[in-house]
Design a protein around this ligand. Structure first.
Ligand code: BES
Ligand code: MN
Ligand code: ZN
Length: 484
């Protein structure tokens, strides 16, 4: 929990003071309005033991207080990521192991700094330990009070709400695939909507999907004993005349690969394959907290790509909702199939002004960009620019990949209109997958975020994320929706 205070009181047993290097050198410490603490820092400065280098931590103690001084280095070298990493490092450090009440004093009150500290704490100290019986909340970080000094209450409230949305998505992704099924996600969404005014929800289950003709979506789910669902939440923050922006998330609650079964080494984390839908749900939670005056559709295309005697087969052809026939080149290229039908359904029934889909779509994107950037593909330069801008300000990184007319050649089929696979050896796999989706948006402005690499950290983690889901896309989409 982070709490807010508009002025530093220097009254808690633990005090975390951030210090910028030139500020430290010049003894320019407007944020230290407390004589004894000021004096202590002056003495330390005189000793030369602390230089406010990036991520340098120096513990000081008085009779009543432990003061943890944290360097952030020179302002010009500080990046959104490095600030968040520093903040995470301090709060996970052994100095604060037993701290229950901590006052936190930022080195300046710029929005980006305060946001960085809130992100660094709430996103940086998130841990998934539901299934641990030992070493739970290892650093005693769950229940402590953080009293953050912040001049703008609204900024603090909004940023903490946004981080809660990020962590909400992470919890959904990290839990077992057989826990977080389509039925469970439906319940989670309906719970979020309880008591909300400006929202309506439409849910297509197996029967409705069949009736409407979302045959690609149904094909993917054929091998599963769980219900496929397309859940559509309509949020109206603006008048009826304003067209919707539609978010559509890939929600493959588990991706075995289907009959083109994934091998050992590729299948273990495939509960992450609903990260796109989780990002949509996390963003929905944020939008319900921030209430922007926009009309927004939040759609989750939910299915499970399972194996078994009923599973759909490589080489089969299915007719999509918009009439295009699709040859199944590979049952493991299932995400584009459920998304294609969801896109068609939303274009047909809601005529949105723009569509953004988000999906753990291709291993190829992970190979191309690694884990630190989501891949962005778009048919509209203005939309792409706005999304990249939102990615930069939130430190939820994205990098644009090309879309061009000739690429449609690569997903042509001999026996159907198109095929769900592209070039041999997976060449340009992230681009051919995006091209498949593009062919269903018709004239709608569209952007696609491939979060296959960015949604999940294996091993110990990276940047300021620990092991597991990162919540990629939630901050980016929330920022975009607020400001577009
Ligand atoms: N869900 C996977 C993509 C993925 C891979 C996400 C690794 C996260 C980490 C997707 O459904 C998939 O299997 N894509 C295939 C497509 C191929 C068969 C054309 C891939 O990328 O290998
Ligand atoms: Mn797959
Ligand atoms: Zn998948």
């Amino acid at each position: 929990m982070i709490q807010f205070r508009s002025a530093a009181k220097f009254d808690k047993p633990f005090l975390v003071v951030f210090m910028e290097k030139s500020q430290w050198k010049a003894k320019d410490w407007p944020h230290i309005k407390n004589a004894p603490v000021h004096k202590l820092l002056e003495d330390l400065r005189g000793s030369g033991h602390f230089a406010a280098e990036s991520a340098e931590i120096f513990p000081l103690a008085t009779v009543r207080q432990a003061i943890i001084l944290v360097g952030v280095g020179e302002k010009k070298d500080l990046t959104p990521t490095s600030l968040r990493k520093i903040v995470r490092g301090v709060f996970l450090s052994s100095y604060l192991k037993s701290a229950q009440a901590i006052e936190v004093v930022p080195f300046e009150q710029k929005d980006s700094v305060v946001q960085g500290i809130i992100d660094g704490y709430l996103i940086g100290t998130y841990v998934w330990d539901k299934y641990r019986t030992v070493g739970k909340a290892a650093n005693g970080i769950k229940n402590r009070e953080i009293h953050l000094v912040c001049l703008q209450k609204k900024l603090y409230e909004e940023q903490s709400a946004i981080c809660n949305g990020v962590n909400f998505a992470r919890d959904l992704i990290n839990d077992n695939a057989d826990e977080v099924t389509s039925t469970r996600i439906e319940k989670v969404i309906l719970d979020l909507l309880k008591g909300q005014q400006d929202v309506k929800v439409e849910i297509l289950n197996q029967k409705e999907l069949k009736k409407q003709g979302l045959n690609l979506h149904l094909a993917v789910n054929q091998g599963s004993d769980k219900e496929p669902k397309l859940i559509i939440v309509k949020y109206r923050g603006a008048g009826k005349k304003d067209a919707y922006t539609a978010l559509i998330g890939k929600g493959m609650t588990f991706d075995t690969g289907g009959l083109n079964l994934k091998p050992t080494g590729s299948i273990e984390n495939m509960r992450l394959d609903m990260s796109g839908a989780a990002a949509v749900v996390g963003t929905l939670k944020n939008i319900l907290a921030l209430k922007p005056k926009k009309n927004i559709i939040f759609a989750c295309a939910l299915a499970e790509n399972a194996i078994g005697s009923r599973a759909y087969k490589p080489g089969d052809v299915f007719k999509s909702l918009n009439g295009k026939t699709v040859e199944i080149g590979n049952t493991d290229a299932e995400g584009r199939l459920v998304l294609a039908d969801a896109i068609s359904y939303i274009v047909k029934n809601y005529q949105p002004k723009q569509i953004i889909d988000i999906a753990t779509l291709t291993g190829a994107c992970l190979i191309a960009l690694g884990y630190d950037y989501s891949g962005l593909v778009s048919n509209d330069d203005v939309l792409a620019r706005k999304l990249l801008q939102a990615a930069n300000t939130t430190d939820d990184r994205a990098w644009r990949l090309p879309s061009y007319p000739e690429i449609s050649e690569y997903i042509k089929s001999e026996i159907a209109d198109i095929r769900n696979t592209g070039l041999p050896k997976g060449a340009a796999g992230a681009l051919t997958a995006a091209e498949f989706l593009r062919q269903f948006v018709e004239d709608t402005k569209w952007a696609h975020l491939d979060i296959a690499g960015s949604s999940f950290c294996d091993g110990k983690g990276r940047f300021y994320y620990g092991h597991g889901a990162t919540g990629a896309g939630v901050r980016l989409l929330t920022e975009f929706l607020r400001n577009q």
